[in-house]
Design a protein around this ligand. Structure first.
Ligand SMILES: *Cc1c(COP(=O)(O)O)cnc(C)c1O
Length: 449
């Protein structure tokens, strides 16, 4: 216990933590070898192995120059409380077993619901990620559609969604045997009212009645663009369909006074996804799925079994009823604890800070002739090109940054062209950090082959 306590407090005190690196399998086979044996190696040796070999082979997501994908920057309070959640052996699936934990998680969900402007009765649960949250939302939408048309097995439901929506939506449609009606996006990848109305006008009566949901994205992962959620809400209500808003990444900006107006219409959603493990300073894994009418989710997900009747019949709030899961870790508690410790104002300030750094980074890029902003950052994602660079230049620069442990910024693709993308979710990231991962004027010239 002393060793673990020492290790964790040292790790938390690192400022910054080491970026570390991705290690090839053959190297790990040579250095870590066979770790599980009949006799066991004992706690000290296993911890040493982790600290010396395995942990350095995992990137530190909370490094301020981790700008790829969508990173995470858990608060110390949240990370520490994650340990408390494990030590206290809480069952997070039912009120009977985990009432105190469920109560606290629900207050954290309440805060998110209030930010989105959802009504008092809204609620849901924390699942492992935005992908599962989106799957849950669309499963509830499909069930509600089937109830509406009075055909519990009806195949072939349709979902109206932009061509730029997150890959997890396509995956959920595949799993649920639903089909996308793709709406073309504008030059910023946004779902617009005009394109949405055009697409829907092109559908026949049979197609319209097969629409279970309209999906809008509150912050695209590639660009940070926010869809016209109000238009999506109008379309959904016109069709009598479910409105799902995927705010896995961008929903966090609802707590910023400066950005909140971009999300107008989200208050009309039937379900909302927001990942505290992305931009709300919670450790993995923690994604909120919130329903306007939780009873519709219960009808979709509640598992029925003799040994569970005692839970179902009690009529209490059970998180297991709101997603395809039964046993669950009370994974919302680290997020709750950090909110309770710091207060929600601190969250607003931290989000505002990351938004300001993104906008300052964009300004810095605009000031360089050898760089070009691909689009104005709407949230905290900055997409830019290096003039004259070929795809291989981007890849080699990105590899160089990681190999030298300078930072982690992988390229992305915009309209078929390779470009750089920096996603800022860490309040410790500064404009100087962004500058450190961008090639200097000399490097831009020297690097290009
Ligand atoms: C990240 C993301 C997801 C998927 O969330 P996971 O937690 O990675 O499963 C879904 N939608 C959007 C918009 C995202 O940014």
């Amino acid at each position: 216990m002393a060793r673990i306590t020492a290790y964790t407090s040292e790790r938390l005190a690192l400022d910054p933590p080491p970026l570390d690196r991705s290690v090839p399998l053959a190297e790990l086979q040579a250095t870590a070898g066979q770790t599980i044996t009949a006799q066991g190696m004992g706690g000290a040796a296993a911890l040493d192995l982790f600290a010396d070999v395995l942990a350095p082979a995992c990137l530190s997501i909370d490094h301020p120059r981790y700008l790829s994908f969508v990173a995470a920057a858990p608060t110390e309070a949240a990370s520490l409380f994650d340990m408390v959640v494990s030590v206290t052996s809480i069952y997070g699936g039912s009120w009977l077993e985990g009432s105190g934990a469920v109560y606290a998680e629900n207050q954290a969900l309440r805060w998110l619901s209030d930010l989105a402007g959802l009504p008092e009765g809204a609620g849901g649960t924390f699942v492992s990620g935005g992908s599962t949250a989106n799957l849950s939302a669309l499963a509830a939408a499909r069930r509600t559609w089937r109830d509406r048309i009075g055909d519990a097995r009806r195949p072939g439901g349709l979902v109206v969604v932009s061509s730029a929506a997150h890959s997890s939506i396509a995956s959920a449609l595949e799993l649920l045997d639903l089909e996308a009606i793709e709406v073309p996006v504008d030059e910023s990848d946004r779902l617009t009212r005009a394109a949405l109305d055009d697409t829907i006008a092109g559908l026949d009566a049979a197609q319209r009645s097969a629409i279970c949901a309209v999906v809008a994205t509150a912050g695209l992962t590639n660009s940070g663009t926010v869809d016209d959620i109000g238009a999506a809400a109008d379309a959904a209500s016109g069709l009598g369909a479910w409105l799902h808003v995927d705010g896995a990444y961008g929903g966090a900006a609802l707590c910023s006074s400066g950005a909140v107006n971009r999300f107008a219409g989200i208050q009309r959603a039937d379900s909302v996804t927001i990942d505290p493990h992305k931009w709300l300073f919670a450790p993995y894994d923690c994604a909120a799925i919130i329903y306007r009418t939780p009873a519709l989710a219960r009808a979709t997900f509640t598992q029925h079994a003799e040994y569970l009747d005692v839970l179902t019949d009690a009529g209490d709030w059970c998180p297991s009823d709101y997603a395809p899961h039964l046993t669950r870790r009370a994974r919302g508690l680290p997020f709750w604890f950090s909110l309770a410790v710091h207060g929600t104002d601190a969250y607003r300030e931290a989000i505002d800070l990351t938004l300001a750094v993104a906008s300052d980074a964009a300004e810095m890029i605009r000031g360089r002739e050898d760089l070009e902003l691909v689009l104005e950052p709407e949230l905290s994602i900055v997409v830019f090109r290096v003039r004259g660079w070929a795809p291989d230049d981007y890849r080699r620069w990105s590899d160089h940054l990681l190999a030298e442990e300078i930072g982690f910024m992988v390229p992305t693709t915009w309209r078929g062209e390779m470009v750089f993308r920096a996603c800022i979710v860490n309040p410790l990231t500064t404009v100087a950090d962004i500058e450190a991962v961008i090639p200097s004027a000399d490097e831009v010239v020297g690097w290009s082959r």
